[in-house]
Design a protein around this ligand. Structure first.
Ligand code: GLU
Length: 384
């Protein structure tokens, strides 16, 4: 699928269907570490997001602020925190954070649902699929996923470290077409605008080249409360772009920050590098070693060639011991590899439902699951 591309941040936001909005600690909590959020600002953002939702857009929010809120609540002094203090602060602050967002959206009758991710949830395919299923279910149910890193149980080695990257991964997980990073900067400049008066604002970045990356280097532009600077925002735009998702860096401090973007306010739009499907195909085809093999009949092979999902009816054999979400090879009876995909079932489950119709899955297994053994979106044909 090729995605529509618009040359300005406002037009791209207007056209986006599924949007991830990332909110940094500095704009949500202000400068103080007093354990409070900027409630009227938050309610103005909730108004903006609710308006998008009324126009049939889906929204996911990735919010920072747990540590900033928690340190105030626990009475921790300003300055660097030890790992266990950060964990404690996030545990205390996350509740306050979720309450604040919940209250802001309750005013619009929107149910906010908290998802706390760890790095493993996006790096391991099975966990990634799990997170994806949960987030998609929430969107289907009309709720608004509210995502943060599960800082209470992460350590320096096993964390995203900043919510910009986390937000990009969230965008990838839900298949968003736009990531909006709201922060205390109004976009990318050719150099650090605080040091170099000749620095020019870039409204549109077609590709993240080494030159562009060099312009983002330097001190943390959101020094103080949050942890991500321009470098991490650029990294996020890159990850999102690779997943076919455009990105916008926009100033978030003022009220109704999304309306401001829609109205043509200053921001930087990053064009997505690829369509979502091709990024996904790379993920499936390139990065994973098949954990087993599913052998299919000619009818199923034909269906796969026509872009269909693999149904249990066409399965004639299974080799290996793989779990749900593992990458598997798909072969015909002659042993030719036709495709690679992510299995929606454990190998033993497929052995039990092979050759059967999808409506027999529930009586055979005793529980209800997806009708396809491999969903078409999780399948990459070998020859394609
Ligand atoms: N996850 C952290 C928090 O909620 C924020 C990380 C960041 O500032 O990017 O406090």
């Amino acid at each position: 699928m090729t995605r529509e591309f618009h040359a300005s941040a406002g037009a791209q936001l207007r056209a986006a269907r599924r949007i991830v909005v990332k909110v940094g600690s500095a704009i949500l909590c202000g400068d103080g570490d007093d354990g409070t959020v900027r409630a009227s600002w938050l309610s103005s953002l909730a108004d903006d997001i609710a308006q998008l939702r009324r126009a049939w857009r889906e929204a996911v929010v990735v919010t920072s602020g747990a540590i900033a809120l928690g340190r105030g609540r626990l009475g921790l002094a300003r300055g660097p925190l030890k790992l266990e203090e950060k964990q404690a602060a996030s545990a205390a602050g996350q509740i306050a954070l979720a309450e604040a967002w919940g209250a802001a959206f309750a005013a619009h009758g929107v149910t906010v649902a908290q998802i706390l991710l760890t790095l493993d949830d996006t790096e391991h395919r099975r966990r990634y699929l799990n997170a994806r299923a949960a987030m998609r279910a929430l969107l289907d149910l009309g709720a608004m996923p509210l995502v943060n890193e599960n800082d209470a149980v992460t350590t320096e080695e096993i964390r995203y470290g900043d919510n910009d990257r986390l937000a990009a991964h969230a965008a990838q997980i839900v298949g968003a077409d736009l990531l909006v990073i709201l922060s205390d900067v109004d976009g990318l400049y050719t150099a650090d605008p605080r040091r170099d008066p000749s620095a020019a604002h870039l409204p549109l970045v077609e590709a993240i080249t080494p030159d562009i990356e060099a312009s983002a280097a330097g001190p943390n532009l959101s020094a103080g409360v949050g942890s991500g600077g321009m470098e991490s925002k650029l990294a996020a735009a890159k990850i999102a772009g690779g997943a076919g998702c455009a990105a916008i860096i926009a100033p978030g401090h003022g009220d109704n920050p999304l309306s401001a973007v829609l109205d043509g306010g200053k921001a930087t739009l990053f064009r997505a590098a690829k369509t979502r499907e091709s990024a996904r195909r790379q993920w499936i085809a390139g990065r994973l070693k098949p954990a087993g093999t599913i052998v299919i009949d000619d009818g199923a092979a034909k269906a796969l060639g026509a872009g269909k999902s693999l149904l249990p009816a066409g399965v004639v054999g299974v080799r290996g011991d793989f779990a749900r979400g593992d990458a598997v090879a798909v072969e015909n009876a002659k042993g030719e590899v036709l495709a690679q995909g992510l299995s929606a079932y454990h190998a033993d489950e497929i052995r039990r439902i092979a050759g059967r119709r999808s409506d027999e899955i529930e009586p055979l297994l005793g529980y209800r699951r997806r009708p396809a053994v491999i969903e078409k979106n999780d399948l990459v044909l070998r020859m394609s």
